[in-house]
Write a protein that binds this ligand. Sequence first.
Ligand SMILES: O=P(O)(O)O[C@H]1[C@H](O)[C@@H](OP(=O)(O)O)[C@H](OP(=O)(O)O)[C@@H](OP(=O)(O)O)[C@H]1O
Ligand SMILES: Nc1ncnc2c1ncn2[C@@H]1O[C@H](COP(=O)(O)OP(=O)(O)O)[C@@H](O)[C@H]1O
Ligand SMILES: [Mg+2]
Ligand SMILES: [Mg+2]
Length: 348
Amino acid sequence: MGLQGQIIPYKNGEKEEDDDERAGKEISPFPPPPLHSKFAVVGYALTSKKIKSFLKPKLEGLARNKGILFVAIDQNRPLSDQGPFDIVLHKLTGKEWRQILEDYRRTHPEVTVLDPPDAIQHLHNRQSMLQCVADMNLSNSYGKVGIPKQIVIKKDASSIPGAVAKAGLMLPIVAKPLVADGSAKSHELSLAYDQQSLQKLEPPLVLQEFVNHGGVMFKVYIVGETIKVVRRFSLPDVCKRELSNIAGVFRFPRVSCAAASADNADLDPGVAELPPRPLLEKLARELCRRLGLRLFNLDIIREHGTRDRFYVIDINYFPGYGKMPEYEHIFTDFLLSLVQNQYKKKST
Ligand SMILES: O=P(O)(O)O[C@H]1[C@H](O)[C@@H](OP(=O)(O)O)[C@H](OP(=O)(O)O)[C@@H](OP(=O)(O)O)[C@H]1O
Ligand SMILES: Nc1ncnc2c1ncn2[C@@H]1O[C@H](COP(=O)(O)OP(=O)(O)O)[C@@H](O)[C@H]1O
Ligand SMILES: [Mg+2]
Ligand SMILES: [Mg+2]
């Protein structure tokens, strides 16, 4: 079983006594375990971009203080020859890596894989990504959460105007690549102001009704059971006069990235007010369960003119946590909770 059997869970950096110590300070006849055996080991397989933005010295230092070590996985060696790990944290694409991880999960059921590849795959398609939210049909005293009306166009751009008319999609329409795999191409979005122009688009696509939301969106970061909300600038509203005067399809840039923070902007309170926390907590909890994921964020907009009508427009796996306030504490506490749950399972 390797280190897992010897892991002594740390609570906020303090070593908890194990049974032997509790039983009256018996001195073990064996030499003290090597340092690393007192640590939980997190093997990580991330791109260099993600390592740079996420695995910063402050995170590693805080993790070490809490008894957690990050160890890079060598993608050129068999995963089973490495470790042993308590947790495998990853964000790599490709069928080969998914297969390696699925095989590893079968032979190492005691290791927590963050997150299962097939669950992540669910978010790589902009139709299946939002289906869970649509199925949930979340509505309570705090508000209602849905998804904008949308259709999928797999091929044949010439069929788009007819399909849009048949589905009753209202203009303007946001056109998004069906595949959302983190590639630059998957972020190439367009806004269409008339139906005929839609024929210029390149399927496969999701065509989603544009919802006016006051030019501000909410990025809801989820790390296990913890959520953190930030405001980002977004596309501006489209008024009816504008819609009647403009025709065509226009590509737009990544308007809501980290540089577009709206947290300190002087905004209309009706637009800037964060969605009710109890609503977000219920949404996040339900999505964790339905998607089988613990590390993702939600892009949420409030329909302009309403107080509590919200739409989820995007879900990202393992997003830019490095830009989430207090992410080092939140993330290391989350990893610690996983290790302590593993320890409790082994002790029962
Ligand atoms: O798809 P959208 O909604 O744009 O969400 C993106 C993706 O999650 C990006 O990850 P990826 O490029 O892997 O898809 C992430 O970049 P990083 O993970 O590099 O930070 C962005 O972080 P922010 O730039 O903080 O928004 C986040 O906004
Ligand atoms: N249905 C929509 N209504 C209004 N604005 C939208 C809609 N869909 C996307 N947007 C705008 O486009 C931006 C990017 O869309 P998103 O679906 O999050 O794609 P990406 O995965 O590239 O971030 C959003 O942050 C928002 O500003
Ligand atoms: Mg987004
Ligand atoms: Mg996205």
